[in-house]
Design a protein around this ligand. Structure first.
Ligand code: HEC
Ligand code: HEC
Length: 287
């Protein structure tokens, strides 16, 4: 019977270790990143341990209560009457402390969603009141100047922040859209590679015939286009030499003036290549 105290001691040790395990410190994000993702970890975790009672089936639901969730799980309060294995708690901590990374997945069958059949309209309707090139000053309501979702280059550069802000219900500010089938379509479009997003185009004024040189033949091209209809213009922006917003006879006249009589140079983009032409540029080889 001298075993009894030993057994009691062991039991106490077991209980206290159990208690210690339940109240784990959340582990930090290992050197800033993790291999864990919503798709490979988060979704399964909530399905397995929480969704018998809660309904957190999507990223947005989890994101909006992330601090409370981590707190309740590391304290051992949730799920009730069940213990989550410590290594699973650590994985949850790691994933959450690394800012809940997500992959976004493109369906294996591919996607039908394109820029023209969906994304452009979605972005205009939900984001265009702030993130649009034509929005200036106060009208932007604080949206950063380089973040215009009608600018293909900006869309390409910010695709992942756009995905994240949508998933996290942070945009549009104060009236998140997630989760919704439309947001899912936009996320699919991003995950599948932004199908149909127009290529960024550069041009330079003066090279009206897009041959890479700026010379007298450009004035001739403009005149032939205007009066003979025999020279198709492939880059109207380049042919709009004086930057008036139209291709007209003054473009040819000003160009000749500049070349031979010391007249004023065309406005930019002239010395350097520039983007965002207003008239269109189907083909330009000089940039
Ligand atoms: C068996 C059912 C059940 C399971 C499984 C469960 N919960 Fe809960 N949870 C509840 C109930 C019931 C409440 C409300 C209790 C309350 O408000 O005191 C709750 C409340 C919560 C709250 C809110 C607590 C607060 O202070 O408002 C969080 C966060 C939570 N659960 C997280 C989780 C997580 C994370 C999981 C999975 C790891 C989980 N729960 C699994 C039943 C469950
Ligand atoms: C009412 C104006 C407004 C609307 C509408 C709006 N945004 Fe924003 N957006 C902002 C402001 C202000 C900021 C900069 C401050 C910030 O990051 O919260 C911003 C910043 C962003 C950023 C950068 C965040 C980062 O992490 O750098 C992204 C991405 C973004 N918005 C995406 C969107 C998308 C996508 C939509 C449409 C679904 C949208 N926004 C609609 C005002 C708006």
């Amino acid at each position: 019977m001298r075993l009894l105290p030993h057994l009691m001691g062991l039991l106490l040790l077991f209980l206290s270790r159990g208690g210690l395990l339940a109240a784990r410190d959340p582990i930090p994000c290992p050197s800033g990143s993790t291999a864990l993702r919503w798709e490979t970890f988060g979704e399964t975790f909530f399905f397995r341990y929480c969704n018998r009672c809660h309904g957190w089936n999507n990223y947005t639901d989890v994101w909006t209560r992330k601090d409370l969730i981590l707190e309740q799980v590391v304290a051992g309060n949730m799920p009730p009457f069940e213990t989550v294995p410590p290594e699973e708690i650590d994985r949850l901590s790691e994933w959450m402390r690394c800012d809940l990374p997500v992959d976004g997945s493109c369906p294996t069958a591919g996607s039908e969603v394109t820029h023209d059949n969906f994304a452009a309209k979605f972005l205009e309707v939900h984001c265009g009141s702030c993130h649009w090139k034509s929005r200036e000053g106060e009208a932007r309501q604080g949206a950063p100047l380089d973040q215009n979702w009608d600018d293909p280059a900006a869309l390409r550069a910010y695709a992942l922040p756009i995905r994240d802000t949508l998933l996290r219900n942070q945009m549009p500010p104060d009236l998140g859209l997630s989760p919704s089938p439309d947001v899912d379509r936009l996320l699919e479009w991003i995950a599948c590679g932004l199908a149909g997003l127009p290529e960024k185009r550069f041009y330079r004024r003066g090279d009206a015939n897009s041959d890479g040189f700026r010379d007298i033949t450009d004035a001739v091209t403009v005149l032939l286009y205007l009066f003979e209809g025999t020279a198709p213009l492939r880059c109207f922006d380049a042919a709009d030499i004086d930057g008036s917003g139209k291709v007209e006879v003054t473009d040819a006249v000003n160009w000749l003036n500049f070349l031979f009589l010391g007249g004023t140079a065309p406005p930019e983009p002239f010395r350097d290549c520039g983007d965002l032409g207003r008239l269109g540029c189907e083909q330009f080889s000089g940039c």
